[in-house]
Write a new protein. Structure first.
Length: 107
């Protein structure tokens, strides 16, 4: 019975740490760039677009498609960086847990 109580304590401790890490992830601000810095986007830890900056040199009528592509590329860059940072934080939290390969935490 003592082992069960110890396990429950560890589960509560893990839950508190997970909530803290999830809060840290949500508070992250990730910057993505495209076109050599001509387009910059900032996402929060949940992947929501928070800001967009476009270099004025891109405002030419015939460059609209290029601008659209650069915005998408900058968004993807920031989202990929955010996912990598979140995965790093979660892997540090779950280090030592016997999770099956490929299983993501939280489920």
């Amino acid at each position: 019975m003592k082992d069960l109580m110890g396990m429950m304590g560890k589960v509560k401790e893990m839950q508190a740490k997970m909530e803290q890490v999830q809060g840290e992830i949500a508070a992250m601000m990730i910057e993505g760039k495209a076109g050599g810095g001509l387009v910059t986007v900032v996402l929060d830890g949940k992947g929501q677009l928070k800001s967009l900056k476009i270099d004025p040199s891109l405002f030419k009528e015939d460059d609209v498609e290029i601008l659209e592509d650069l915005i998408v590329a900058a968004h993807k860059d920031a989202k990929d960086k955010g996912e990598a940072q979140a995965a790093e934080k979660m892997s540090a939290l779950t280090a030592g847990l016997p999770l099956p390969p490929g299983m993501k935490f939280p489920f």
